[in-house]
Design a protein around this ligand. Structure first.
Ligand code: 4NP
Length: 163
């Protein structure tokens, strides 16, 4: 049996955006009947061990998804071998990930919205110091990126497992 694709979403604090991307991606994979391994992590230490921001929990809950059980963690060296794709939510995350990546990392590092046609190079804006509407925007971006990533993974798997 081939291993399911493993995807790690990464933002700064791992309490606002990457937990939303993780949830949106898991939901999209389920809808498509695709088995995936998915997690999220952060590049900063401030909120380690904390649940997602209450505003992220609220926006996910409005879409029927409970994320309150997860806890923030840092990106670890082993992530660069364990995951097939490590996906940064903004351009700074992408720079941070490239700096952390071991030279022989096997994961492919990308920017979430690069997977969305017409949105190449765009960041999911950091909503932490903003109001509720920024969290609604982050959710919408997370869903757009997650759907596009599922499409890309399906194409990748089709190529890998062609007879
Ligand atoms: P996130 O948002 O990277 O989407 O989880 C942030 C959370 C906390 C901080 C910055 C961004 N902070 O500076 O504490």
């Amino acid at each position: 049996m081939p291993q399911p694709p493993a995807v790690l979403f990464v933002c700064l604090g791992n309490i606002c955006r990457s937990p939303l991307a993780e949830a949106a991606f898991r939901a999209a994979a389920e809808r498509e009947g695709l088995t995936v391994e998915v997690d999220s992590a952060g590049l900063g230490r401030w909120h380690l061990g904390c649940p997602p921001d209450s505003r992220s929990q609220a926006v996910a809950r409005r879409h029927g998804i409970e994320i309150g059980e997860r806890r923030a963690r840092l990106v670890r060296r082993e992530d660069f071998y364990r995951f097939d794709h490590i996906v940064g939510l903004d351009q700074d995350n992408l720079i941070g990930l490239r700096q952390l990546a071991p030279a022989d990392a096997t994961a492919t590092i990308s920017l979430l919205l690069d997977h969305v046609p017409g949105r190449k190079g765009q960041s999911v804006r950091d909503p932490y110091y903003e109001d509720e509407s920024a969290f609604a925007d982050a959710w919408r971006d997370a869903c757009e990126g997650a759907d596009a990533l599922i499409t890309a993974l399906k194409a990748e798997m089709g190529r890998k497992y062609e007879p």
